[in-house]
Design a protein around this ligand. Structure first.
Ligand code: CAA
Ligand code: NAD
Length: 278
């Protein structure tokens, strides 16, 4: 199977890495060579870590040898499955899927790793809605077990089955759900992170205290503010906007502090600063 990934950021890089670890030939696209180089460096670091711990049977170089990095979308023409992992913006994703719908061979499956954008709407843009699906990996992809598989309105059983098999072949556990705002994962997770940010804004406690309370009190592996920084505050804001718009209830309104931090360019770990400095 030839596996395509669009976007070489933290998610796209991780998906490409795990696909290559599983023996697939992988092609990864980003808009600039410097973004591809950054993605490649992150993959190399992760593979080295896994190798050092004995969790990789091959050498990192062997795995990397199966990944081709490109800025040319035409390289995706013969892909069997293409997973998109670019910025969480519906208009930009829809534009990309219009292009991919023209480029990728007709039997190829198109999938989005979106955190919250309607799968059905992206499926329509792709022009092949029955061969379109949500394939939602969790961050950090090399370590997390889940793939949330989201069926759009027209996703065929065959597409769902093939994507489920691909997720299993990547050593992941696929779990299916339907296409409603935030799906299951982010409909439940993101309001908690937003509420933690609201607690910072209202001065309920310092960020460190909020994180410690949730880590030690609820046995969460990361506190909510550390996790928001890890996900990216721009991505968290985009997800809250989709929940608020799609579900309507005021409980999904993004915290004004989250909005202000994104406006200030504090995006969390990826920009070097969010609730903490990196
Ligand atoms: N590749 C390879 N190795 C990695 C790695 C990666 N990408 N990331 C971390 N590691 C390594 C670390 O280097 C560390 O190695 P050492 O033991 O040699 O130091 C090891 O894995 C374990 O990491 P840590 O000791 O730092 O910490 P940990 O045991 O807490 O595990 C974690 C790390 C799995 C990330 C854990 O903190 C965790 O589960 N955090 C929550 C993650 C989570 O909630 N993810 C979902 C986010 S939401 C989402 O993804 C959906 C969305 O749409 C927003
Ligand atoms: P990121 O900012 O780390 O990476 C996005 C990458 O996409 C960048 O390298 C950017 O240059 C590239 N890109 C932007 N527009 C592009 C285009 N038109 N064509 C090709 N490449 C383009 O973001 P991320 O955290 O990897 O998130 C990517 C997607 O995955 C988003 O939809 C996000 O909601 C989703 N997601 C994120 C997480 C998370 O924890 N960060 C978890 C699950 C899903």
């Amino acid at each position: 199977m030839k596996f395509g990934v669009i976007g070489a950021g933290q998610m796209g890089g991780g998906i490409a890495q795990v696909a290559a670890q599983s023996g697939f030939d992988v092609v990864v696209h980003d808009v600039k060579d410097e973004f591809l180089s950054r993605g490649r460096a992150t993959i190399e670091k992760s593979l080295a870590k896994l190798h050092e711990k004995g969790r990789l049977t091959e050498t990192p170089a062997e795995v990397l040898g199966r990944i081709k990095f490109t800025t040319d979308l035409q390289d995706f023409a013969d892909c069997d499955l293409v997973v998109e992992a670019i910025v969480e913006n519906e208009a930009i994703k829809a534009q990309l899927f219009r292009q991919l719908g023209e480029i990728v061979k007709p039997e190829g499956i198109l999938a989005s790793n979106t955190s919250s954008i309607p799968i059905t709407s992206l499926a329509t843009a792709s022009g092949r809605p029955e061969k379109f699906i949500g394939m939602h990996f969790m961050n950090p992809v090399p370590l997390m077990q889940l793939v949330e598989v989201i069926r759009g309105y027209s996703t065929s059983d065959e597409t769902a089955q093939k994507v489920t098999e691909a997720a299993r072949a990547m050593g992941k556990t696929p779990v299916e759900c339907n296409d409603y705002p935030g799906f299951v994962s982010n409909r439940i997770l993101m309001p908690m992170l937003n509420e933690a940010i609201q607690c910072v804004m209202e001065g309920v406690a310092e960020p460190e205290a909020i994180d410690q309370i949730m880590k030690l009190g609820m046995n969460h592996p990361m506190g909510p503010l550390t996790l928001a920084d890890f996900i990216g505050l721009d991505t968290c804001l985009a997800i809250m906007e989709v929940l608020h718009q799609g579900l309507g209830d005021d409980k999904y309104r993004p915290s004004p502090l989250l909005r202000k931090m994104v406006q200030a360019g504090l995006l969390g770990r990826k920009s070097g600063r969010g609730f903490y400095s990196y």
